[in-house]
Design a protein around this ligand. Structure first.
Ligand SMILES: Nc1nc2c(c(=O)[nH]1)N[C@H]1C(S)=C(S)[C@@H](COP(=O)(O)OP(=O)(O)OC[C@H]3O[C@@H](n4cnc5c(=O)[nH]c(N)nc54)[C@H](O)[C@@H]3O)O[C@H]1N2
Ligand SMILES: Nc1nc2c(c(=O)[nH]1)N[C@H]1C(S)=C(S)[C@@H](COP(=O)(O)OP(=O)(O)OC[C@H]3O[C@@H](n4cnc5c(=O)[nH]c(N)nc54)[C@H](O)[C@@H]3O)O[C@H]1N2
Ligand code: SF4
Ligand SMILES: [Mo]
Length: 725
């Protein structure tokens, strides 16, 4: 008997790069996973994680049926029982303690899953709680904050036009490890090399000589969290040298705002900031001259600039650099997408452009942004008694014990809950605290459309991938779980059945995607395009490798949604926060002399906290090490390979030292997502002692936030390092 091998084409859902993959399979048996060279976007690029999709698919630790924690361990229960118990318990707690007694945390994989991103809002609404959290506030919140106040919509994020720029100034990003972020660009290494081939320049500013820094034409070390000074001086120099060149943006900028900006940066001369950044005034002037004289240039900063004490200022400054040099909304600069499923347009129509300070957190009084509170306050909201205390929590595709600051405290908080539900595929450091885990299908088992990452991509594009396999009837997709929970909560509250227009409550995923594509800018029922070749889901099915909808085009004038239609160049939050930067600049450092500044890092074979159960990704050299500079090691009698004790205000870990001059003196680095040593996680490979590692977030501080946005400030956590003994 011959067994047929099938070829299945889809998009890898693991990181933001949207690589096309070709899965060779015989039904449920995967033979190989390769890059899809016919995918017009990624052109065959994949990274080692793509093949690990097979490991997730076959992983025997992966849950497929709901489980309930009992004194005798985890017991499988039916979906009916699970949905009933979950909704009964949540409603019981809300009846006793009010709606805010239930909290929800949404983790990163939700944004890689159309079903979650489109249906989670229904559950959130049905919960009627203000205690909503997500991984946004340990990540890109400062980008949304700047977009909301400058362009009027939190999702109007400028994307570096890597394929057409001549000068790429990159701060706090390492796309050769991360594969690019808020810059979806399958095959980013090829694109960066092409930039260099056409005579362009890549300049990297990072406290570590990263993989990307090694590829770059220039790399400058910078002290962690000093980027705000670097960027303020960039603007200062642009004004001082009369190099403001707004070009096509001139009628989008108010003169008075431009003058105000000039005034507020006046003190931040390169001479005044050099001791903060470690970059000499001459070097900085040369960089600025090259940037301003480049035909097309772009400044870009990612997590290294967001997850730090000046995240809000940094992401504003990056936009300002691009605006003042006329590089925003311009080919080769920072551009806006026009996606086929246009969440920005839909939400603009309904006025859901973002929000700020509609309510505050109970304990620390921090404002909401976009309907969410900073996750740095999650633990204290659970642990601090009183009215409004969180007593029950839902996590969906998140692992806050390992991924949010002061993980030990988060763990303590989860232990103290009256009730917890996890929508997740594993029993891990976080979900082990749940009373019930609801496991969705994942990866190759799901229909896939990147509702989020087409919005962040370096080309306009669209691609739908049907599930590779049909799962049994007793499995549930993420969207089904959200929809059922939302409807059941409403029903039990005595609410009405969802009305005709409540699409998310009534429609299955494919129908909702189809609707979004049809009324989108390229759709059969909307948009600019000829209706005959307009998009619908049916039409996308004919393009299994994806559709290229062209290079990014200037479109800000059509998309901006500020009340006066202009860019808001400077706003109160900035003016109020600049004195803090000035105070740091003018006050000598007051840390202990032997403090080192801790930063994170990513590796191409790792993906946040949840891909460590794949043997093929974990094998090889231990990657969870403390990188330390030779001088700092010597000063502490640390030898390469020694186990060292790292201590911060909140905790302590023991980790192997890796001495390298790739890290700046005074700085140490630990990757995040490890620490699979906690009892109760059912991850056979990740928990093996040689792979488990330690969690950097047992050192990072829940009190360290960017005060403007509330984002966690992981970077520059002061730590002491000592040889163990
Ligand atoms: N392989 C892999 N890919 C991933 C992920 C993963 O875990 N593994 N995670 C995905 C996710 S969720 C995201 S958000 C993206 C993130 O994508 P990137 O932003 O590219 O992430 P990193 O590789 O962590 O790069 C951040 C860089 O900032 C530097 N840095 C730290 N502090 C500072 C500072 O104060 N100033 C400056 N200038 N630099 C600083 C670090 O040294 C590091 O090189 O990656 C995504 N892709
Ligand atoms: N110190 C430090 N901390 C960091 C970072 C850092 O650079 N340094 N990076 C931060 C960033 S950028 C991010 S985005 C966060 C990530 O933080 P989180 O989102 O909290 O953590 P993840 O590791 O992405 O956890 C993903 C969870 O989703 C589950 N999962 C995987 N696929 C699916 C699925 O299809 N459906 C469902 N329902 N569940 C699924 C996994 O089992 C896992 O439990 O971490 C942040 N934490
Ligand atoms: S780069 Fe990202 S999208 Fe591409 S194969 Fe690797 S994990 Fe998947
Ligand atoms: Mo992230």
């Amino acid at each position: 008997m011959t067994i047929t091998t099938y070829f299945h084409y889809r998009t890898c859902n693991l990181c933001e790069a949207m690589c096309g993959i070709e899965v060779h399979h015989q039904g449920d048996k995967i033979i190989a996973i390769k890059g899809d060279s016919d995918d017009p976007f990624s052109e065959g690029h994949i990274c080692p994680k793509a093949t690990a999709l097979e490991d997730v698919f076959h992983d025997k630790n992966r849950l497929k049926h709901p489980v309930k924690r009992t004194p005798n361990g985890w017991e499988e229960i039916s979906w009916e029982q699970a949905f009933d118990e979950v909704t009964d318990n949540l409603l019981r707690i809300q009846a006793q303690h009010g709606n805010n007694a239930v909290g929800i945390y949404l983790g990163n994989p939700n944004s890689h899953n159309a079903g979650s991103i489109l249906y989670a809002p229904a559950l959130i609404r049905a919960l009627k709680t203000k205690n909503r959290f997500s991984a946004t506030s340990v990540d890109q919140l400062p980008h949304h904050f700047a977009a909301y106040f400058m362009f009027g919509h939190q999702l109007l994020l400028p994307i570096p036009d890597v394929d057409h720029t001549d000068y790429f100034l990159m701060l706090g990003a390492n796309p050769l490890a991360s594969n690019g972020s808020l810059m979806t660009a399958g095959g980013i290494e090829r694109r960066l090399k092409n930039l260099q081939k056409r005579g362009g320049k890549l300049v990297v500013i990072d406290p570590r000589r990263t993989e990307t820094a090694k590829l770059a034409d220039e790399h400058h070390f910078i002290k962690p969290a000093a980027d705000v000074f670097f960027l303020l001086s960039v603007i200062n120099i642009i004004f001082a040298e009369d190099n403001v060149n707004l070009g096509h943006l001139a009628d989008l900028i108010e003169d008075s705002q431009l003058h105000h900006l000039r005034e507020v940066v006046a003190d931040f001369t390169p001479e005044n900031t050099a001791s903060q950044t470690g970059i000499s005034p001459n070097e900085l002037r040369r960089i600025v001259d090259e940037f301003t004289s480049a035909e097309r240039a772009v400044c870009y900063g990612r997590v290294g600039l967001s997850m730090q004490p000046f995240g809000g200022l940094c992401q504003w400054l990056i936009n300002v650099v691009n605006i003042l040099t006329g590089n925003l909304d311009r080919v080769g600069g920072a551009m806006f997408t026009q996606p086929a499923f246009d969440v920005v347009a839909f939400t603009s129509l309904t006025g859901q452009t973002g929000s700020y300070d509609r309510w505050r957190s109970r304990v620390r009084n921090l404002p909401e942004f976009g309907g969410e509170l900073p996750v740095s306050v999650l633990a204290e909201e659970i642990l601090t008694e009183g009215e409004g205390q969180i007593r029950a929590l839902i996590t969906s595709a998140g692992n806050p014990v390992l991924s949010t600051p002061n993980g030990t405290q988060v763990e303590k908080a989860l232990e103290s809950l009256d009730y917890m539900v996890a929508i997740d595929i594993y029993i891990n450091e976080t979900t082990r605290h749940a009373d019930i885990i609801l496991p969705p299908t994942t990866g190759l088992e799901t229909d896939h459309y990147d509702v989020v990452f087409h919005v962040l991509a370096v080309r306009n594009s669209a691609k739908f991938s049907p599930a590779m396999v049909h799962v049994e009837d007793d499995r549930r997709h993420d969207w089904m779980i959200f929809q059922t929970l939302a409807n059941r909560l409403d029903q039990k509250r005595g609410g009405k059945a969802p009305n005709r227009k409540d699409y998310v409550r009534r429609m299955p995923l494919r129908q909702l995607l189809d609707l979004g594509l049809r009324v989108g800018p390229y759709g059969v029922n909307g948009g600019r395009k000829n209706r005959d070749d307009g998009l619908s889901l049916k039409r996308l099915f004919k393009y299994p490798h994806g559709m290229d909808l062209g290079a990014l085009q200037p479109c800000l004038k059509e998309r901006i949604v500020t009340p006066n239609g202009k860019i808001n160049l400077i706003y109160d939050h900035i003016v109020n926060d600049l004195p803090r930067a000035k105070a740091v600049m003018t006050t000598p450092a007051n840390g202990h002399d032997d403090d080192l500044l801790l930063i994170g890092r990513r590796h191409v074979r790792s993906n946040n906290s949840w891909m460590h159960n794949s043997h093929r990704l974990m094998k090889g050299k231990n990657r969870c090490t403390l990188m330390i500079h030779p001088h700092d090691a010597q000063a502490r009698n640390v030898a390469d390979g020694d186990v060292v004790c790292v201590t911060s205000r909140v905790g302590q870990v023991e980790i192997i030292a890796e001495i390298t001059d790739d890290i700046m003196q005074g700085v140490v680095s630990i990757p995040h997502g490890f620490g699979h040593t906690r009892k109760g996680a059912e991850l056979d490979i990740a928990t093996q002692p040689q792979y488990a590692g330690v969690s950097i977030n047992d050192l990072t501080d829940d009190q360290a936030i960017d005060p403007m946005t509330g984002n966690a400030a992981f970077s520059a956590t002061p730590v002491r390092v000592m040889v163990q003994g």
